[in-house]
Design a protein. Structure first.
Length: 596
């Protein structure tokens, strides 16, 4: 697997080269300096990569090797270039960005709080039902009903918001769960069943069984590829093509909607890169399952398809890094009128781009949404948006410390504890807790040095933290500190920590990608049974970092957007007080209330 090679761009020059058939083609030559050794080398970009927005002062990760002259050629056949790798772009955002780059950049910049709707809420609940059933490998009516009622109860406030009764939601979910039960009956087994047929995009058929669950909703940060994502399920599958069997580790992506999308395929394809970084093995494909149509297919990890996605990710990262401007509006009324990012897009075009109905390409639709905004609003918005941007640049500096500074160095300044192991008797699953506080662990130092004290740090009670391991796998879990003692620190986090990535018996990188999981189906005499795989005795060494990597500024920027909206309840009065500086008024006489 590739290792992280980090370089600073010193200079960029245009050049030419001669192809094997004698044609002269343009190339882009980067003079770069290795961050660790300070040695200067040359990276040459050719073919599709020549369009990469490279500038002096930017950092990059190179996935490839230099020749003996210190030169590396990145083209459509060899090597990969990741620009601004400290900006982790969501795989979902990259997939969506092919229709509108502006919308994708806004997703990073503004944490939107759109109104709840049935399809989104039911989709979220179905994902949780699927994940709980996969954990237990229980698909019977009794288990599914209990799980559905429990999960629906956790969504009571949201169901109330969209005016759906709890009982109505439960019945709807029961009806939809039948589709999951039918899928599991065919595909969840130790060995492929005769009817467990999966097709690739070329129409070729083979048999498949899902026989091990490694993780559900696996959160992966990959500075190697400059990507991040939450994989619905990481599973082990047995693929049978005639007499040829392969055991592979793959991302499994569940879609609860009706419509298939190229963005879904791009997202699943990028997940193969994320898992290849997490498990240090080449992931050959992903599995994409559409629940309503019962269509299941493999999405192969193919270089010539991944290159446009990586280049699109690089373009998004350039906008995210500079933050001075947004990509232009696409000016497609049909697409823009259905877009969930319409409000922030229009407000930015009016107040930052100084745009109009004509420049937006949407005429009266645009004007109706922003006609209430005046120059004083524009001045206020531009000022605070610029200040938030400056604040975000400092946050990025802290974020990159996670993968550029060793835990021991970061520990010296009080923002990290490294060399930790889990106190074996400390694990507890907190019943009824919120998702972020579901699992409780206590960490201790593997090698406790004289004078060490957990209480002498910036990481204090209630502090948000991110858990990684010491071998370069980041953000295994997120949570909060619940107790700090001299020689131990307790946290509640959003996922179980286990020896993920530990290779199983007879592991082979191409034909038997067997890893330790949390649920496994094995043959047992004449049938099969479900078991929890044994955990290896070798402890995982963790690091616990102060979480300075969240979207705090994105939420604040969303509040700024909401302040400029047209029809939010009470927003006109707030604008007058906060933006226009109108003095508050008070009643001449205090309101009188009767005591009960």
């Amino acid at each position: 697997m590739p290792t992280l090679q980090r370089y600073l761009i010193l200079a960029v020059a245009d050049g030419q080269y001669e192809t094997s058939n004698g044609r002269v083609q343009p190339e882009k030559v980067l003079s770069v300096q290795c961050e660790r050794t300070k040695i200067i080398k040359v990276i040459v970009l050719r073919q599709s990569w020549i369009e990469s927005p490279c500038f002096p002062g930017a950092y990059l990760h190179l996935i490839g090797d230099f020749d003996r002259f210190g030169q590396c050629v990145v083209d459509n056949t060899h090597n990969l270039l990741i620009l601004h790798p400290d900006h982790l772009i969501s795989s979902t955002v990259v997939g969506d960005s092919f229709t509108c780059t502006r919308k994708a950049v806004l997703q990073d910049r503004v944490k939107t709080t759109s109104d709840a709707n049935q399809s989104t809420i039911y989709g979220s609940m179905l994902h949780e039902i699927f994940q709980e059933a996969m954990r237990a490998n229980r698909w019977d009516d009794e288990f599914m009903t209990t799980t559905i009622e429990t999960i629906a109860s956790q969504y009571l406030e949201t169901l109330f918001e969209i005016q759906i009764e709890h009982s109505t939601a439960v019945e709807h979910l029961k009806a939809r769960a039948v589709e999951l039960q039918a899928w599991a009956e065919i595909f969840v087994s130790a060995k492929p069943k005769p009817n467990a047929v999966v097709k690739d995009r070329n129409g070729a058929s083979f048999l498949m069984s899902v026989n091990k669950l490694l993780e559900v909703e696996e959160k992966v940060w990959s500075p190697l590829y400059g990507l991040k994502g939450n994989v619905d399920a990481t599973v082990q599958v047995l693929l049978r093509d005639g007499n040829d069997d392969k055991t592979l580790t793959v991302p499994f992506e569940l879609k609860t909607g009706k419509h298939q999308s190229a963005a879904h395929k791009a997202q699943t394809s990028l997940y193969t890169l994320l898992l290849s970084d997490r498990y240090d093995v080449e992931i050959a494909c992903g599995i994409l399952y559409y629940m309503q149509t019962s269509e299941i297919s493999t999405i192969p990890s193919i270089r010539h398809e991944l290159i446009p996605m990586i280049m699109q990710r690089n373009e998004l990262a350039s906008y995210v890094r500079h933050r001075l401007e947004l990509p232009p509006m696409i000016k497609r009324p049909y697409t823009c009128n259905k877009c969930y990012a319409q409000t922030p897009c229009f407000i930015y075009h009016k107040l930052v781009d100084d745009g109009s109905g004509e420049t937006s390409g949407l005429g009266d639709t645009f004007n109706d949404m922003v006609k209430h905004l005046n120059p004083s609003h524009q001045q206020f918005f531009s000022k605070w948006d610029a200040l938030l941007t400056k604040e975000e640049k400092d946050i990025v500096k802290f974020r990159r410390e996670l993968w550029t500074i060793h835990s021991s160095e970061r520990e010296k300044v009080g923002r990290c504890f490294g060399g930790l192991v889990i106190d074996k008797s400390s694990f507890q699953e907190v019943e009824g807790a919120s998702k972020i506080n579901r699992f409780r662990y206590t960490f201790i130092k593997q090698n406790l040095k004289p004078g060490f004290n957990f209480t002498k740090s910036q990481i204090t009670l209630g502090e948000p933290v991110v858990i990684s391991d010491e071998t370069g796998h980041f953000a295994l879990a997120n949570g909060y500190v619940t107790s700090v003692r001299k020689h131990r620190i307790q946290v509640t986090i959003d996922r179980r920590l286990h020896n993920a990535g530990v290779k199983g018996k007879n592991f082979d990188a191409e034909r038997n990608q067997s890893f330790t999981g949390i649920m496994e189906i094995v043959e047992n005499g004449s049938g099969q049974c479900t078991q929890t795989p044994p955990q290896p005795g070798e402890p995982v060494i963790y690091r616990l970092d102060k979480d300075e990597f969240s979207n705090g500024m994105a939420m604040i920027r969303n509040n700024l957007i909401r302040l400029m909206e047209k029809d939010v309840f009470g927003v006109q009065a707030l604008r007058k007080l906060i933006v226009e500086g109108v003095a508050p008024t008070f009643k001449p006489k205090a309101s009188q209330y009767r005591r009960a």
